[in-house]
Design a protein around this ligand. Structure first.
Ligand SMILES: NC(=O)c1ccc[n+]([C@@H]2O[C@H](COP(=O)([O-])OP(=O)(O)OC[C@H]3O[C@@H](n4cnc5c(N)ncnc54)[C@H](O)[C@@H]3O)[C@@H](O)[C@H]2O)c1
Length: 256
């Protein structure tokens, strides 16, 4: 039997891979042998990451995509499938957060978070999932969050927490529907990870970090590499009996 983590010849789409966790996921899957389509809102960052991967000898393309627009998502699927021949792996990583007291959140701010974090994940699963079901094979990994299991403190972020809880349940729903047709659907739920999303927040309000560390048994932020390795496992044949799984990795945060 070969190495079940080997992704040689597999083709992956990673959304929001222009920076942060997505960028490291794209590089990690490429290092395991996969070809990568970067589906990212920020064209410049998307191209930079695609070039980074090509320079290591893998095939990579940047497809400028706003995951909130289902027509753009369908075009993303088509372009990636045409370029690579087919798609084996989808990583739904694009996400945004909004910090504000729940009673004051404006409609547009609520909808922006739900549109990227939940609707965007669904549009991508629907579009790429249909392609995978036609082939009878595929692995989808969404980046949810421990915020889908607990509600964070002290920062107020009800829209984010609700969106991530929905991603976890969407994952279980699709896993059940598609298991017999060869498509696995799982999610990874990180705790606090040192990326622009978390670092910008604690730069603005340093006290938040003190609370986060006090509540995290391991007393540190996680790294994008730690998240990427979990995604690699779920994307690969190493996790062939996993579907509907929510892999929480949070330095122990949800264990207390
Ligand atoms: N950083 C953390 O502490 C943490 C913890 C748990 C979960 N997460 C999740 O991990 C994922 C990645 O987070 P990150 O920390 O790397 O964030 P980040 O802000 O550093 O990067 C997010 C990326 O998504 C892209 N993006 C945003 N909206 C998009 C859209 N509509 N279409 C396409 N791309 C879009 C951005 O351009 C950016 O490149 C998110 O889903 C986030 O919710 C992060």
């Amino acid at each position: 039997m070969g190495n079940p983590f080997d992704l040689t010849g597999r083709n992956a789409i990673v959304t929001g891979a222009g920076q942060g966790i997505g960028r490291v996921i794209a590089n990690t899957l490429a290092a395991a042998g996969a070809n990568i389509a970067i589906a990212e809102l920020n064209a410049e960052n998307g191209e930079t990451v695609a070039e980074e991967i090509r320079s290591k000898g893998c095939d990579a393309i940047s497809i400028v995509t706003d995951v909130t627009q289902s027509s753009q998502v369908d075009a993303m699927t088509q372009q990636a499938a045409e370029h690579f021949g087919h798609i084996d792996i989808l990583v739904n990583n694009a996400g945004v957060v909004h910090h504000q007291a729940a009673e004051d959140v404006a409609d547009d701010d609520w909808l922006r978070v739900i549109n990227v974090n939940l609707n965007g994940v669904y549009w991508c699963c629907r579009s790429v999932g249909k392609h995978m079901l036609e082939r009878g094979a595929g692995s989808i990994v969404s980046i949810a969050s421990m915020s889908g299991t607990i509600s964070n403190t002290p920062q107020p972020q009800a829209s984010y927490n609700a969106s991530k809880a929905a991603v976890i349940h969407l994952t279980k729903s699709l896993a059940g529907e598609w298991a017999e047709r060869g498509v696995r659907v799982n999610c990874v739920s990180p705790g606090y990870i040192g990326t622009p999303m978390a670092l910008d927040a604690i730069k603005r309000v340093p006290e938040w970090n003190a609370t986060w560390m006090a509540m995290t048994p391991m007393k540190r932020l996680g790294t994008p590499e730690e998240v990427a390795n979990a995604v690699w496992y779920l994307a690969s044949d190493a996790s062939s009996f996993c579907t509907g799984t929510d892999l929480i990795m949070d330095g122990g945060y949800t264990s207390w």
